[in-house]
Each structure stands twice: as structure tokens, then as C-alpha cells.
Write a protein that binds this ligand. Structure first.
Ligand code: BGC
Length: 431
């Protein structure tokens, strides 16, 4: 190991953020335990929310459905139709910022944004598949009660209320009564999109995993294993809300960073790995390295001006340390500074990738599927942080191979464009 690598590694280890500080087998045991507790209605950091979507229902062809996709960063709306040739037609797609991202909104202001945004589409179908990428407890009628906000969204009045009902009332006040709104989580939508694409593969099971602005996992569970509901036959998708996992080892820096967010102590796993936070938590790490005098005086001074960074800045630098838009593009950084920054940032990303792999592996193991090479489990992964952060998917998949090696499980990772939209359209039609 070269000297600079040694320096950065001992820094990462000193603060408990080196990937070697995480014992995968023991974190997976904790994940599985929390999943079981959540399924049985016991105290757990994983709420394990049943989706109540009938996954075996046939899809009606040539029937338009409106899709509303409230993601972490963007709000999107469109009209979707499935043809009997297997084509998915997405029309009138529009996009704006998710309301409540910057300023605090009241409930009425929040729904006004949705009604306004839906105006061009609202007469085109009575069915609305509403992909709502936040922790919602779904009812058997497929409305969803918001448990709490994540991703720093600020619309406090909506917490604890039914989102489908709120939108339906607002639409009715605007002259559009009788809309059938199906609420589902984006990971459940991603799982459904994987199912729609996976028919010829005869997969044994499906997972929808997202690592974008936020993070979360959905998988198929036997109703028999879900102690908190009455159904005992069949399977259904479970929204794990894996970003809330509380049993992962956390360093002093994770705790310090968590305390600076809008919702301290909530969704702490998400704060260690997702795009909403990666740039900021890595900035905390870099700041600490600067305080520990790892960089030259000019680099230290420059860092004070540019921190905190966004996830995209970090990704640019890791993709190419000489990237014209790298945040460290300045003569204030010498090669030693840049090399140390690279090792430190990459070291943090390695830990995030290991935690991501642990999360996916836990869902695979809990599903109990994928035992035959002829019928693997299909993992549909969506989200810009996973796919666009330089090197991240490779790191995660490398850890996944290592972690799952002793289990003899067969899996296949896929990526379906527009998964949340496709899944929400399916749910809107069959839900
Ligand atoms: C939310 C989840 C969502 C995930 C990915 C998290 O912040 O709590 O419901 O699935 O982000 O968008």
C-alpha cells in the first residue's frame, strides 16, 4: 500500500468509516431480524408496509391511465397505455420540482400544485396510478397514509393523512370528482416494472431497489409470513422502507451529520448512502480530514470556501480527477491533496456500496427465492445515485457477489427505464 493510501485508510479507520469496519454477516442478521419484527407488527426500524397490489391480475390493454410520480427531486405526470404487442406508450410527459423541496407548504398549497400540474391530463382517464416515494402505510383500498417525510421535504400538515383522499378531494373541488387513485411506493412500482419485463425469464422472485435521492427496497413476501395482516394465502409486495434501518454501525461523523438534517434520528441508513445526503456527509468527512491537517494549507483554505458539496460534484471528481467541473479544479490543490481526497472519497463510497449490497442481499435472503439457476431472483434497480455515481454500481455488485457466495442464490440485476412510471401505470390499471 502506498503512503497516501495508508494515511487515508488510517484516517477512515480512526473515524469508523472504512468499509472494513462493517461486518456484512452481522449487519445482515440484524436486517433480517428487523424485517421479521416489522412483518409481525413488533417494534422495528423497518415498518415492512404491505402494498396490497394484486400481482397476478391481467393487465388491460389499450386503456390509458394517468401516472403521477412524486419522486425525491422531481414531480412527473404522464399518460400511459400498454398495447397487446407488449409496447408501453408514455405520452404528455411533464416534469417540475417536487413541491416542498425548498419552501414549507401548507396542505392546500401542496395539493394545488398537483391539481394544477394534472390539468392537461385530467380528462384523459379516470384511473390515476400515483407513485409516492415516501413512507406511506397503504390500506387494502390502496390509499396511503404518510408516516413521515424523508428527503428533506417540508409539508408538515400532510403527515399522518391519506394522500389519495387528499388529492381526490382537491381534484373534486376543481371539478374532477370520481377519480380512482391508487397509491404505491416507487420501490413497489420498480418491482412491478421488473415483473412486466421479466415474464420470459421465469424468475422465482422480484425485488425493486432504489438508490436515488432516497433509498428503499420492495420484495415479494408470503402473506403467511406477515403476522400483522389477516391474509394467509398468496404473496404480495412489501415496502421495507430500508432507508430507516437503525442497526447499521454508525460513526461519530454519521451522528454529527444526522444531527444537522431536518429530521435527526430518522431514516439514518438513507443518510449514509443516498444521493440527497452523500455529497453533504462526504463534505463532513473531508472537513474532518482538513481539521486533522491531512491537506496543504492552501487546499484547506479553498475547501472552506467550497464545502458542502453536492453528490454530483463528488461523482465528477471520482470519474475523472481532472474533470473540468471538478470542485477541486484549482491550483490550491497539489497532487498529494488530490490523491488523498480521492482515497478518502472513494473509501466513503466503498462503505456506502457495501451497505447497499447488504441491504439488497438481506431482501434476497428474506424472500427465500432464487435457489435454482433456472429461476433466479430478478432485482430491478432504479435511481441516479446507483447508476450515475462513478463506479458505484460496480462496487456494489462486487460486494454482492462476495456476500451472497456462501448462500448459493441465483440472481440477475436489471434496469428498466422509467420504472416508477411503468409500475404506477400497472398499479393504476390493476390495483
Ligand atoms: C422514502 C421511500 C422511497 C425512497 C426512494 C425514501 O426516502 O422513504 O419511501 O421509496 O426514498 O425514493
Amino acid at each position: 500500500m502506498n503512503d497516501l493510501k495508508k494515511i487515508s485508510q488510517s484516517f477512515l479507520t480512526k473515524y469508523g468509516i472504512d468499509s472494513s469496519c462493517i461486518n456484512s454477516a452481522s449487519v445482515i442478521d440484524d436486517f433480517l431480524d428487523e424485517m421479521r419484527k416489522g412483518l409481525n407488527g413488533k417494534d422495528s426500524s423497518l415498518p415492512m408496509l404491505p402494498a396490497y397490489i394484486g400481482i397476478d391480475k391481467p393487465l388491460p390493454f389499450d386503456t390509458p391511465v394517468i401516472v403521477l410520480d412524486a419522486g425525491g427531486t422531481n414531480l412527473r405526470a404522464c399518460l400511459v397505455t400498454f398495447s397487446n404487442q407488449g409496447e408501453i406508450i408514455i405520452k404528455h410527459l411533464s416534469k417540475r420540482e417536487m413541491p416542498g423541496t425548498h419552501e414549507t407548504l401548507s396542505e392546500a398549497q401542496f395539493y394545488d400544485v398537483f391539481c394544477d400540474f394534472l390539468k392537461p391530463l385530467i380528462r384523459l382517464s379516470d384511473d390515476i396510478g400515483f407513485c409516492f416515494s415516501y413512507p406511506v402505510e397503504i390500506t387494502p383500498e390502496k390509499d396511503g397514509k404518510l408516516l413521515h417525510w424523508t428527503k428533506e421535504i417540508k409539508v408538515p400538515d400532510v403527515v399522518g393523512k391519506y394522500i389519495g383522499k387528499g388529492l381526490a378531494n382537491s381534484l373534486a373541488e376543481n371539478g374532477h370528482p370520481n377519480k380512482k387513485i391508487i397509491i404505491l411506493n416507487d420501490t413497489v412500482a420498480t418491482l412491478l416494472a421488473g415483473m412486466a419485463k421479466g415474464k420470459q425469464h421465469q424468475y422465482d422472485g422480484y425485488i425493486g431497489f432504489i438508490l436515488g435521492t432516497g433509498t428503499n427496497t420492495a420484495y415479494l413476501e408470503n402473506n403467511n409470513n406477515i403476522g400483522k395482516i389477516e391474509l394467509t394465502e398468496g404473496v404480495q409486495a412489501i415496502n421495507v422502507e430500508s432507508g430507516g434501518f437503525k442497526k447499521s454501525p454508525r460513526s461519530k461523523l454519521d451522528k454529527q451529520f444526522d444531527a444537522s438534517t431536518n429530521n435527526p434520528s430518522q431514516h439514518i441508513f438513507e443518510k449514509m448512502i443516498s444521493g440527497c445526503y452523500l455529497g453533504a456527509i462526504i463534505s463532513t468527512v473531508i472537513q474532518t480530514a482538513a481539521k486533522d491537517q491531512l491537506f496543504s494549507p492552501s487546499a484547506k483554505q479553498f475547501l472552506e470556501k467550497i464545502l458542502p458539496l453536492e453528490t454530483i460534484d463528488i461523482s465528477r471528481f471520482i470519474e475523472n480527477p481532472h474533470h473540468p467541473e471538478s470542485p477541486f479544479k484549482s491550483n490550491d490543490f497539489n497532487d498529494t491533496d488530490l490523491t488523498l481526497l480521492y482515497y478518502i472519497i472513494n473509501g466513503y463510497l466503498k462503505r456506502a456500496a457495501k451497505l447497499t449490497a447488504i441491504n439488497i442481499a438481506s431482501a434476497i435472503i428474506k424472500s427465500g427465492t432464487g435457489k435454482s439457476p433456472l429461476h433466479p431472483i430478478c432485482i430491478n434497480i432504479d435511481g441516479s445515485t446507483y447508476h450515475k455515481t462513478a463506479g458505484f454500481s460496480l462496487l456494489t455488485e462486487t460486494y454482492l457477489v462476495e456476500i451472497l457466495d456462501p448462500y448459493d442464490i441465483f440472481y440477475r440485476i436489471i434496469q428498466v427505464d422509467n420504472s416508477p412510471i411503468i409500475g404506477a401505470a400497472i398499479a393504476g390499471l390493476i390495483g
